[in-house]
Structures are given as structure tokens and as C-alpha cells.
Design a protein around this ligand. Structure first.
Ligand SMILES: Nc1ncnc2c1ncn2[C@@H]1O[C@H](COP(=O)(O)OP(=O)(O)OP(=O)(O)O)[C@@H](O)[C@H]1O
Length: 581
């Protein structure tokens, strides 16, 4: 059998460690159960041997009652052992899920780009479930088997050495098979778990992109893709089932062969009067007692190997460390003015050959509004994410009020900047709670104030339950523009000195967008606004033009519109389009 990896074993012990008392109680109960399991056939042997020579109704009753009492006690204690040990499994499952979720919250966007949601969900659910079975069922089953053999064998040997050895002669074959097929089982198990994760990821992705699938009439393609993956899962499952179907019945079969040997040799021994009837019955019960845990060995091994594979899959996630962390000497930031200085900022996404930002330098003064424009893929979003340290930029490139942002405590930095991304994500909760997400204590006055600034207040009042209206699957579906303005209200509510808006008004008409910018600039925060809506550019104090990750122009709208260059082209294009609007 594949030996549990040292690291996995250590991990397993660390999961169980907080519950060692319960584990001890459970194992203690198993010890008692197995002692009783050994005692009952002994009582029966004595009863049979005594009653064979001297049949007394009173004695039958006494023995009968003793056996019933012992069996009831055994049943009760076995129940306790199961409750306690399975309970530890459930606790470990709870802890692991909690640990994984808390770990996910610490990781950066880069990690989530590399690990699709389906994969993460599968690890946090089915893999954690496998660990639970390993801790609960496998531990119980292994300890039970060990104790069953450990306690039963000496007593069996005490009754008859030759019969015991002959009966158990087939067992080494069983252990050999477990050893020989262990690696195959483990490999096949890992394959199945991998395929399951891929499948759940595909389901997740297709469900999210259902509208696109329908618009482009790609149902047959998606169906084929799913069928192929499902087929692979089926093949892997069947391969695993073949190995198991071959192996597991053999375990039960081998154990039953031992029973046949005992019946054959035992009856001969009784004829030769080297074994009493009581001894024979006791031996029969003992061999029977070993059949169940032995036959269960297959399932125990499966649970063990599934658990081993799953520990590895869960632990690889837990070992991922966030690239964006507080520096060793993180400095607190008491009062933020809102000045940003960017010096020679460059950034290349992992795995990319070309930098997304190249030697970008500029500064924004407190209260100033800077609009960032450029063609698609110019690096605008990358710049915004670098400024609020959502990307792991190096030190000495971005300074907030003169302090290197990589040295500012992350919680201070987050309090200094609000960021409204391109994708306006809303939680499936009430509109008011979505808006006060950054400050759950905010009262309705602040919620409504932010909604007024984001020009969504009027529309919210027309909804059936106004600010109490649920958003998402169980509530109403907002239009793209309504979502964007709600997300903007969320950014405005926290009243940070710096506001970073990444194309946050793309789905809002130009006139409304201009109205919103007007109310935002009136707040006198530092605002950096990425936009494709050239109509809002003249409202900014200055404009920064990005092209292929570089700053190609910077100045006021008046200055830039006079200069030949990208800005002039973009402005002329905008004006041309306006004529046809
Ligand atoms: N997570 C990522 N991993 C790898 N490359 C990325 C990633 N995000 C963006 N890029 C690349 O970095 C470059 C800049 O992208 P960015 O999204 O910053 O451009 P943008 O100016 O905001 O574009 P748009 O106007 O379309 O939003 C592009 O070449 C893009 O392909």
C-alpha cells in the first residue's frame, strides 16, 4: 500500500491534535468494545462446556443474561466510540473549511486568476469531505481492526495454536494484495478527484456565461466539451471501480476461506477430542469477528487514500502565500492629505513577456482630479490597481503623502483609497447594505447621500422596497448603469481622501456621467478617473494619456487638445461621433 507521506501524516495529526481528548475517549471506547468482543465468546465457551456435562435451566438463564448484558454494553460503547470519532471528523471538516476560507480572503487577485472558482469550491467541499472521512471513518476502522486482531489472536492461540495458524494462513495473501494495489488505487483516486474539479469548474463557468452561450448558439459545442470531460470522469471512475471490484470482494472472500478452514479442521479436532465444543464455537465467533473488519479493509484503504490525496490538494492551497503583504517595518499613516507621486513605475504580469506599465511617472496633488485616457490595453486598469496595491509592485515607485505605499500598513492604505473597478460587482443582499459595504455602521443618511452623489437615489426610490430591495438571484436584476452607479455609491460612502475610478461610468450615459463627475469633483478629494468617455476629460484638472504602458502626454485638456498626438485624435474622434448622436 502507498505509505502515507510523512508530511501528510504530520498534517493529519495537526488537524486532530486540538481534539486529542475526544480522540482518546473514542479509542478508549474501542478498546472496551474489543475486550467485550473477546469476552463474550469466552463466556459462551464456558457455558457450552459446562452445559454439555450438566444441563441446568438456572445456569442457561444466568449465562443467557450475562451474554445479553455484555452484548448490550458492547453495543452502547460502540455507539459512543462512533459518535465521538465521527464527531472529531466533523470538527476537523469545520476547521479546515474555516481555515481555507480565511486563507482565500488573504490571497491576492493573481491567485484567483490562476485558480478558477470551480477548482476552489471542489477543494473546499469534496476534498475537505474526504479529509473528514479519513479522520472519522478511517481512524475508527483502522484502530478497530488493529484492536480486533491484537485482542482476538492471543485468545485464539490460547484455545488452539495449530487451528488458529491454519485458519489465518490465508491472511498474508490479503496484506500482500493491499500492498501491491495500493499505488494503483491512490493514482486512480487522484485522477478522479482532478477530473471532478475540472468538471465542477466547467459547470461553474458555463452557468455564468449562459447568456453568451445562447447568443452565439454554442450549446452543442459546450455540450460536447462537457460530454468529453464527463466521459473522462466516467472512464477514471470505472477504472477505479474495476480495481476496487476486483480487490474488495477478495478481502471478504479470503476472510470467509479462513472460516471454511476452521469448520473443516475444527470438526476433525473435535472428533479427535483435542478441541471442546465450547472452544470450537468460541473460535468460530472469533474468526467471524475478524471477517467484518477485514472485509472493510478495502473501504478503509479507499477512505485513507482519498483523504491522503485531498490533504495534499488542500495543503497546496494553504501553502500559497499572498504576494501583497505588510512590510516588516510597515509605517502607520495618521492623517492623509491625498498626494500621490508615481516614479518610474513598471509592472509586468506574471508569465507575460511585455510589461503592462513602463517607466510611468506623474504626480497628483491633494484635491486634484486626474483623468486617464488611452486606447484599449494601454495599461489604465493596471495603473489604478498598482496605485492601490492590488498588484504586487516593488518599493520606491508609488508614494502617498511622501510615504512609499509598499511600506504603509495595508489597512491604512485601504482606508485612504476607495477603488471602483470596471466590473461592478454587487452582493446578493439589500441595496442599502451593498452601498454601506465599506462601512457597515453607516446610517441611512450617509447611504442616501452617497446614492444622491452617484445619481442612483431617484431610481432606488422607484424600486418596490427602495433601499431594502434585494439585489441578485433572489432579488431584482439591475441594469448595467444602475449596477455601476450603485458600486460608485459604495465607493463614495467611505469618504476616502483618494478616489480611484476605473471606467466606473462606462455604462452610464455621457450626460449623467458628467453630472456625477461634477458632484465628485465638488468633494475636493483626490480623484483619478480612467475613462473612455472623452466628454468628461475637460472637467478634470489634468489629463494623463497612456499608450502601450507609457505616459505619452500629460497636461490640461486645453493644452493637450492643441498638441498633435493621441489625445487630439481621441478628442476629434469624440467630437465627430457627437455630431451623429
Ligand atoms: N491579469 C493579467 N494577467 C496578464 N496580463 C494582463 C492581466 N491584466 C491585464 N493584462 C495585460 O496588461 C495590458 C494592460 O491591460 P489593462 O487592463 O491595464 O489595460 P486597459 O488600458 O485598462 O484596457 P481597457 O481600456 O480595455 O480596460 C494588456 O496587454 C493586458 O492584456
Amino acid at each position: 500500500m502507498a505509505k502515507p507521506h510523512q508530511g501528510q501524516l504530520r498534517k493529519l495529526l495537526s488537524y486532530i491534535q486540538p481534539y486529542w481528548r475526544q480522540q482518546l475517549v473514542g479509542i478508549g471506547a474501542l478498546v472496551v468494545v474489543n475486550l467485550l468482543g473477546v469476552a463474550i465468546p469466552l463466556v459462551l465457551r464456558q457455558a457450552i462446556n459446562q452445559l454439555e456435562t450438566n444441563l441446568q435451566p438456572g445456569a442457561i438463564l444466568r449465562y443467557g443474561l450475562a451474554i445479553i448484558a455484555l452484548a448490550t454494553l458492547m453495543w452502547l460503547i460502540r455507539m459512543v466510540s462512533r459518535l465521538v470519532l465521527f464527531g472529531v471528523g466533523r470538527q476537523v471538516e469545520f476547521d479546515l473549511k474555516q481555515k481555507l476560507f480565511e486563507h482565500f480572503l488573504r490571497l491576492d487577485q493573481h491567485f484567483f486568476n490562476q485558480h478558477p472558482p470551480g477548482e476552489l469550491i471542489s477543494r473546499a467541499t469534496s476534498d475537505v469531505d474526504n479529509v473528514r472521512r479519513l479522520v472519522g471513518f478511517s481512524v475508527l476502522s483502522f484502530v478497530n481492526t488493529f484492536l480486533a486482531y491484537g485482542f482476538t489472536l492471543p485468545v485464539m492461540l490460547g484455545i488452539s495454536v495449530s487451528l488458529t495458524l491454519a485458519t489465518l494462513a490465508v491472511y498474508p495473501l490479503l496484506f500482500f494484495m493491499v500492498y501491491a494495489f495500493g499505488d494503483t488505487l491512490r493514482f486512480q483516486q487522484a485522477q478522479v478527484q482532478e477530473r471532478l474539479a475540472e468538471l465542477s469548474d466547467l459547470i461553474q463557468e458555463d452557468m455564468s456565461g449562459m447568456a453568451l452561450i445562447k447568443i452565439y448558439a454554442q450549446e452543442p459545442v459546450e455540450q460536447r466539451g462537457f460530454a468529453q470531460l464527463n466521459q473522462e470522469l466516467l472512464q477514471d471512475n470505472l477504472a477505479l471501480a474495476r480495481t476496487r471490484s476486483f480487490l474488495f470482494p477478495l478481502f471478504g472472500g479470503i476472510a470467509s476461506v479462513s472460516l471454511l478452514i476452521l469448520l473443516w479442521l475444527g470438526s476433525q479436532a473435535m472428533e479427535a477430542q483435542t478441541l471442546t465444543l465450547g472452544g470450537f464455537v468460541a473460535l468460530l465467533l472469533y474468526v467471524e469477528r475478524l471477517v467484518f473488519p477485514t472485509a472493510l479493509l478495502g473501504f478503509t484503504i479507499t477512505a485513507l487514500q482519498r483523504g491522503q490525496v485531498s490533504i495534499e490538494r488542500v495543503e497546496t492551497l494553504l501553502q500559497e502565500s499572498p504576494q501583497i503583504q505588510n512590510s516588516e517595518q510597515a509605517i502607520p499613516l495618521p492623517q492623509v492629505q491625498g498626494q500621490l507621486i508615481v516614479q518610474h513605475l513598471s509592472y509586468t504580469y506574471p508569465g507575460q513577456s511585455q510589461p503592462a506599465l513602463r517607466d510611468v511617472s506623474f504626480s497628483v496633488q491633494p484635491g486634484e482630479t486626474l483623468v486617464v485616457v488611452g486606447l484599449v490595453g494601454a495599461g489604465k486598469s493596471t495603473l489604478i490597481e498598482a496605485l492601490c496595491r492590488l498588484l504586487p509592485i516593488g518599493g520606491g515607485q508609488v508614494f502617498l503623502d511622501g510615504q512609499d505605499i509598499t511600506r504603509i500598513h495595508l489597512s491604512d492604505l485601504r482606508r485612504a483609497m476607495a477603488y471602483v473597478p470596471q466590473e461592478s460587482f454587487l452582493f446578493s443582499t439589500k441595496l442599502a447594505d451593498n452601498i454601506r459595504y465599506g462601512d457597515p455602521e453607516a446610517d441611512m443618511g450617509r447611504v442616501e447621500g452617497a446614492a444622491v452623489q452617484a445619481q442612483i437615489h431617484g431610481e432606488i426610490l422607484t424600486f418596490p422596497e427602495q433601499y431594502e430591495t434585494l439585489v441578485g438571484e433572489r432579488g431584482i436584476t439591475l441594469s448595467g448603469g444602475q449596477r455601476q452607479r450603485t458600486a460608485l455609491a459604495r465607493g463614495l460612502l467611505v469618504q476616502t481622501p483618494i478616489l480611484l475610478l476605473d471606467d466606473a461610468l462606462a455604462s452610464v450615459d455621457s450626460q449623467t456621467a458628467q453630472g456625477i463627475i461634477q458632484s465628485i469633483t465638488a468633494l475636493r478629494n483626490t480623484v483619478i478617473l480612467v475613462t473612455h468617455q472623452m466628454g468628461v476629460a475637460p472637467m478634470a484638472d489634468r489629463v494623463l494619456v497612456l499608450s502601450q504602458g507609457r505616459v505619452v502626454q500629460m497636461g490640461t485638456h486645453r493644452e493637450l487638445v492643441q498638441q498633435p498626438g493621441l489625445y487630439q485624435e481621441l478628442w476629434q474622434k469624440y467630437q465627430f461621433e457627437q455630431q451623429f448622436d
